[in-house]
Design a protein around this ligand. Structure first.
Ligand code: PBG
Length: 315
């Protein structure tokens, strides 16, 4: 039996003040992390400005701007001068991310510094771990990931974010760093939406793909198992990535686990909106705000987003 006309849901939608009063999900800058790419040489990207490579000098200027805008947290990705088979730039104490951390720590003491822990930006073959006989060797990679995380923390990182998807990486890092928050890319899918990132980071695999270590897009129970293992190994925060194709996974992780949950609104999701907006197909600001609201509504506590800086102006 319909309760209409007694019940009319449109009553609370009539004005912005009413809508605002009953809004269930709000966006605040506190819940956003801006990815930044640091490289020996700057390389602006006019179409996708958030994918620009920054030099160390640019980075400190950027930090000043972010502080003024109220952005609280960044996650750093490094593009090294040279790549090699072993990805040695990742765990070099004088590597690009380590130098960036020291510069930022000094210049912006209150900016939260997260780092991506992975070898793919540093290996000549572009895979996330060591390659032995044409395959990514899980167990041999663990020590290098832990070394990378330790060198980041020694240089000033507040939290480390392993994104390589090797089994046991959270445990290996936890053993080396008992006090450091680990934000684990737990449910990281093998995805077509990482394209612009790989362009910016120069990290596309030279052969094969990442399906041998990243999750199959068809699976959600497997994502929950990954989360369970990461928590058992000592992760503090879980992450689902990419975000929009996996809102159901975000919801499932939220319902199953009480640990804080992050979601990564990845480069391809950003690029799709940017490209459509450039063609006049949609409004960038509205599409971005709607996407980010949906990710938070699905259950993410915080979001890694290339719109974080724009958000500071929009909110
Ligand atoms: C490194 C890493 C990737 C992203 C974050 N960390 C690329 C990949 O796995 O290929 C993607 C982020 C994005 O697309 O915005 N492993």
């Amino acid at each position: 039996m319909s309760t209409f006309p007694v019940t009319r849901l449109r009553r609370l939608r009539r004005t912005e003040s009413l809508r605002s009063l009953v809004r269930e999900t709000r966006l605040s800058l506190d819940e956003f992390v801006l990815p930044l790419f640091v490289a020996p040489e700057p390389e602006p990207n006019a179409e996708l400005p958030a994918m620009s490579r920054l030099s160390l000098d640019d980075l400190v200027t950027e930090a000043d701007e972010l502080a003024a805008l109220g952005v609280r947290a960044v996650i750093l990705f490094g593009i090294p001068e040279e790549k090699d088979e072993e990805g040695s730039g990742a765990y070099d104490d004088d590597g690009i991310v380590q130098r960036a951390l020291r510069a930022l720590r000094e210049r912006a003491p209150r900016l939260l510094l997260l780092t991506d822990v992975c070898l793919c930006e540093y290996t000549s073959h572009g895979h996330c771990g060591l390659v032995r006989d044409g395959e990514v060797d899980n167990d041999e990679t663990l020590e290098l990931l832990a070394r990378t995380a330790v060198s980041h923390v020694e240089a000033g990182a507040d939290a480390v974010c392993p994104s390589d998807m090797m089994d046991g990486r959270v445990g290996a890092i936890r053993e080396a760093l008992p006090q450091t928050p680990i934000v684990a890319y737990s449910a990281k899918y093998a995805s077509a939406f990482y394209g612009p990132f790989r362009e910016a980071a120069g990290s596309a695999p030279a052969f094969g793909d990442r399906r041998g270590y990243q999750l199959d897009a068809a699976n959600v129970r497997e994502a929950l198992r990954e989360c369970e293992l990461d928590l058992a190994e000592g992760a503090d925060v879980l992450m689902v990535k990419p975000a929009l194709p996996n809102l159901d996974v975000i919801r499932a992780v939220r319902e199953r686990f009480d640990a804080p949950l992050a979601a990564y609104n990845v480069s391809g999701e950003y690029a799709m909106v940017k490209a459509a907006a450039a063609k006049g197909f949609l409004d960038e600001r509205q599409a971005a705000l709607e996407s980010l609201t949906a990710i938070r509504r699905a259950g993410a506590d915080f979001v890694l987003s290339y719109w974080t800086k724009d958000l500071a102006r929009w909110l």
